[in-house]
Design a binder for this molecule. Structure first.
Ligand code: SF4
Length: 391
């Protein structure tokens, strides 16, 4: 009887998904509240296939699909993307002191660092010779001791040294911080950085948008309106971005759904989000660890992936960030709506500082095996989801 009740709860939502109807706030909360994890995963997988099939049908990829023949066409929707990338950091000095953060330092702390542009570029070039990545992903603390030229100067030197590498740099929070430091608008900062070599932006700094949660976990951070204004401006300037949600701390299901729907609304307006990355909260080395907070459960991680895929019907890709989830759970997430595992991720520091235990270097061959073992098609992509190689 309990099983029948659970199925009844999801049945109206399944009907909406099958009909291609948009889900609303109440649907989102019902999905978050369900204990029928397998039914939820099945529904999200259906939404993923619908989403990918729609985007493939709308692109010039139709011709490529015909080239691959009937078998290839039948498997459209089974692709899992990854990128060869490296995470590098300019500075971990930060003025904000978010309570969930194990990365930030004050300038006087022993392990604080603020690299010069020469130090950063030299390291990046050496790492590129070793790993041949196509993307550098860089996020930093909000360092009050540097200026906009610190960032723009680095981008110029890096672009000159590695012209073919995509530079995915700086969260919306960092861009807002730079605008405050420099006394100029978000648009002026973004134009300066874009002209210096910025190619796209990561999605960090979103945390949870609800004022109640932000006041508890990140009281020094900018208001969500500023985060949205940066992304809105970037999209209008032709800079694509990612979006995120940090979950598994003090937020409610309703606040998660509200967060996702605000992202969907922004995407309706500007369409510049390429992917959504759910970030599970890791409490180690934060004040939350001392208060007894523990890692999110696998069931909750899968639930967030699935509900995100279902609610964010206009965001092309949902990532299962393996460095955070670990490879085994990320593999399961590929059946809960995710279609991207991020990348080879050489030198990840932020989740490592907060207790993530997955290895920090994942070779292409291992990722290919990992995707294939999940019954899916590995596709190496560039940062804008152009296909580089398919297995
Ligand atoms: S999350 Fe970002 S802004 Fe917050 S303390 Fe850490 S580095 Fe600073």
């Amino acid at each position: 009887m309990a099983v029948l009740d659970t199925l009844d709860t999801l049945a109206p939502i399944r009907e909406k998904v099958l009909a291609g109807e948009r889900l609303d706030f109440d649907d989102g909360v019902a999905l978050m509240e369900t204990d029928d994890l397998l039914a939820l995963g099945d529904l999200a997988d259906l939404a993923r296939r619908q989403r990918i099939a729609a985007s493939v049908a709308g692109q010039a990829g139709d011709a490529r699909r015909e080239d691959r023949g009937a078998e290839g066409a039948a498997r459209v929707g089974d692709e899992v993307y990854f990128v060869q990338n490296i995470n590098l950091y300019q500075t971990n000095v930060c003025r904000v002191k978010c309570k969930f953060c194990a990365f930030a330092k004050t300038r006087k702390q022993e392990d604080a660092f603020t690299l010069t542009d020469d130090e950063f570029v030299e390291d990046a070039v050496a790492q590129h010779a070793l790993h041949g990545f196509t993307e550098i992903h860089t996020v930093n603390g909000e360092n009050p001791h540097v200026d906009l030229e610190y960032y723009a100067g680095l981008l110029r030197k890096l672009k000159e040294a590695l012209p073919d590498v995509h530079l995915k740099f700086y969260t919306a929070s960092e861009i807002h911080h730079m605008s405050r430091l420099e006394g100029c608008s978000h648009e002026e900062v973004l134009r300066t950085l874009r002209d210096a070599g910025l190619d796209s932006m990561p999605g960090g700094g979103a945390e949870i948008f609800a004022d109640r949660v932000r006041a508890l976990i990140a009281p020094g951070k900018e208001h969500p309106d500023e985060w949205f204004d940066v992304h809105d401006t970037a999209h209008k300037l032709g800079i694509t971005t990612q979006c995120t949600m940090l979950y598994g701390h003090v937020e409610t299901y309703e606040e998660r759904v509200d967060h996702l729907l605000r992202l969907r609304e922004q995407q309706d307006s500007t369409g510049g989000f390429l992917s959504f990355i759910p970030l599970a909260f890791h409490p180690e080395n934060t004040v939350f660890e001392r208060r007894g907070f523990r890692f999110t459960t696998g069931a909750d991680d899968l639930k967030v992936i699935a509900v995100s895929r279902l609610l964010l019907d206009n965001v092309p890709h949902v990532k299962a960030y393996w460095i955070m989830m670990g490879l085994p759970l990320a593999q399961v997430a590929l059946h809960f709506g995710a279609d991207d595992v991020q990348g080879t991720v050489v030198r990840e520091k932020i989740f490592q500082a907060a207790g993530a235990s997955a290895g920090t270097e994942q070779k292409v061959a291992e990722l290919v095996r990992f995707v294939r073992d999940a019954g899916r098609i590995p596709v190496q992509r560039d940062s804008l989801y152009n296909e580089i190689r398919r297995w």
